[in-house]
Design a protein around this ligand. Structure first.
Ligand code: CP
Ligand code: NVA
Length: 333
């Protein structure tokens, strides 16, 4: 199948095929090796990229900035305040303005519809840097990381996602996993099950790729034989703080502990998290949750987070290499 991502947007992993995902992974691995060897060749000279962030970010923003700078491109950061976006100018108008000036646009915000509108009207590639529904660039980085830690093909790996199984990271992981043929287990309380339309969509993708999908509230079943155990925060950006009490109560049993890692029966099982993570009380929110609920660390224990099984900082580094691959494939010279 011919592979050409030139001029294309990435607003969801539904936008790209399994072959294209594999191509991005290969390109990202090559770019990572070249950067480490000091042999990287800049292929984004004279390109300008707009970075819109309506929510906070460490990895996604720096990943885009460093990837762009390494390759000779320039970026403009537009934060939650300081531009006309949203309060005074619609996304449709913003798209047509930025599309006249920039070669590509990254967008992190709330609604998936807004990033779709941006892609529809900008006339240049648009990348979803996280919305309430999707986080596609994260999953390209995560698959790169998974490949680095096993000798297995993606289609032979078993991955368990524990906790808030309907959030943006879980959804994008699910779409990506179904595309490349992974054995994916989503494990959380029954009421956190993703909506039926989405599950049907995943099943259709699995039918085409041979992927396996399990949705369960039973941890032992979900982690048995897993190569990777992945979790994310229990309350995502944009969700009401008033929900913390309910989330802690409902998702508490799904925290990744050393026992959960052992229950995989796989001594090589690795722990994954997109970050940022609540694994101790060393943050403002972590400290206030400890004070209010008497709980230290939430979705993962400090022991697992700091263990040899934890590959979370490889994931973080790989955000940049994966984003660089996406930039090169879509707007590279
Ligand atoms: N994983 C991730 O997207 O991190 P940031 O929120 O720091 O960008
Ligand atoms: N689910 C998290 C991911 C952060 C990278 C959030 O949306 O806040």
């Amino acid at each position: 199948m011919p592979m050409n991502l030139k001029g294309r947007s990435l607003i969801s992993l539904d936008d790209i095929s399994a072959t294209e995902i594999r191509h991005l992974l290969t390109l990202a691995a090559e770019l990572k090796a070249a950067k480490h060897a000091g042999t990287e060749v800049p292929r984004l000279a004279r390109k300008n990229i707009a970075l819109i962030f309506e929510k906070d970010s460490t990895r996604t923003r720096t990943g885009f900035e460093v990837a762009a700078y390494d390759q000779g491109a320039h970026v403009t950061y537009l934060g939650p305040t300081g531009s006309q976006i949203g309060h005074k100018e619609s996304m449709k108008d913003t798209a047509r303005v930025l599309g006249r000036m920039y070669d590509a646009i990254e967008y992190r915000g709330f609604s998936q519809d807004l990033v779709k509108q941006l892609a529809l009207h900008a006339g240049v590639p648009v990348y979803n840097g996280l919305t309430d529904e999707a986080h596609p660039t994260q999953i390209i980085a995560d698959m790169l990381t998974m490949r680095e830690y096993t000798h297995k093909h993606l289609s032979d790996m078993a991955v368990t996602f524990l906790g808030d199984i309907r959030n943006n990271v879980a959804r994008s992981l699910s779409v990506g996993a179904m595309k490349v043929g992974l054995d994916l287990r989503l494990c959380g309380p029954a009421e956190f099950r993703p909506d039926d339309a989405f599950v049907d969509h995943l099943k259709a993708l699995a039918g085409a790729s041979g992927a396996k999908l399990t949705i369960t509230d039973t941890i032992a079943k979900a982690v048995a034989g897993a190569d990777f155990i992945y979790t994310d925060v229990w309350l995502s950006m944009g969700e009401a703080k008033a929900l913390w009490a309910e989330r802690i109560e409902r998702l508490g049993p799904y925290r990744v502990t050393a026992d959960v890692m052992r229950a995989s029966g796989n001594p090589h099982a690795k722990f994954m998290h997109c970050l940022p993570a609540f694994h101790n009380a060393d943050t403002e929110i972590g400290a206030s949750l400890e004070k209010e609920f008497g709980i230290v660390g939430l979705e993962v224990t400090e022991e697992v987070f700091e263990s040899r099984a934890s590959i979370v900082f490889d994931q973080a580094e790989n955000r940049m290499h994966a984003i660089k691959a996406i930039l090169l494939a879509t707007i590279g010279n």
